[in-house]
Design a protein around this ligand. Structure first.
Ligand SMILES: [Zn+2]
Length: 87
């Protein structure tokens, strides 16, 4: 009885730790971290793929040199093009 409770606690802890990864990626892309944490805990494989896709979609290209630039960057690392804040 106690063994199975401990097993559940261990599984839940591992799942919640894994769930933090997609949650963090989604959070960096402006999503709700708590919702994504729950999502990642319950459906880790789906959530991690989904979160990585979000990250890829939000990586805008530099309008000047067309290199991939982080959405939160202020300027293009390659050509120095400055982005106007679009938010
Ligand atoms: Zn550029």
């Amino acid at each position: 009885m106690l063994d199975s409770i401990i097993k559940y606690i261990v599984i839940a802890t591992v799942a919640m730790s894994l769930g933090l990864l997609p949650a963090y990626i989604a959070f960096r892309n402006g999503r709700n971290m708590l919702l994504w944490w729950i999502y990642g805990t319950l459906l880790f494989p789906a959530a991690i793929v989904h979160a990585l896709m979000l990250g890829r979609m939000s990586m805008g290209g530099c309008p000047y040199c067309r290199s991939i630039v982080d959405r939160n960057a202020d300027y293009c690392k390659r050509c120095g093009y400055e982005f106007r804040s679009s938010e």
